[in-house]
Ligand binder design. Sequence first.
Ligand SMILES: *Cc1c(COP(=O)(O)O)cnc(C)c1O
Length: 231
Amino acid sequence: MTTMIADALTSARQRLSRALQDAGRNSDDASLLAVSKTKPAELVREAWQNGQREFGENYVQEALDKQQQLSDLDDIIWHFIGPLQSNKTREVANHFHWVHSVNREKIARRLSDQREDSLGPLQVCLQVNISGESSKSGVSLDELPQLAELVTSLPRLELRGLMAIPAPCDDPQRQREPFAILRGALEQLRSTLPHAQLDTLSMGMSGDLEAAVFEGATMVRLGTAIFGARH
Ligand SMILES: *Cc1c(COP(=O)(O)O)cnc(C)c1O
């Protein structure tokens, strides 16, 4: 088992650095988020033993259970990347370093209100609904500027960038379209919110990493490619 995760991580890192190179970008321009949803704590520990520090989780209770089992690994950085309901915001606000899936004002306000001061600001990406039909869970491009401005005004949130989950598509050329739109949206926000630290494009998964890196991804979220298929 140990060698399986080690090998998969090595391949994933090679895949990311090759994609960065092909895109003419520096080798440290994008980082690897290991998406461990549905996978047991032991596999997260194995990935940690092989140098991985950033992990993404989608389900609050499952994540809290794993965090408890891994509480000795105090340098793990936990990212919440799943759909976020308002009755779960307190746990997410206080048990994660990052949230990628903020998509509406109510959620943003609750996360800021409920985050304990001593933890420092929660790092936030706004999830944007780019390819319309597939994912209803992101903010629309029309409503994005208003939500972004609100988040920058909240005391315990730090707006870092944008996240998207485009509709699955097998054509590498067409995969780039929604990522290009997300990149454009981030550039626009940078001009209207010059004081925000907008350095994060969370995009690219096991099936479309290369396309996302081509369009400027700074954090790719890999599940299957690291931990194998989910059941
Ligand atoms: C599950 C998930 C991933 C990882 O997807 P893979 O295709 O397994 O790499 C990435 N991002 C989000 C938001 C997810 O829910």
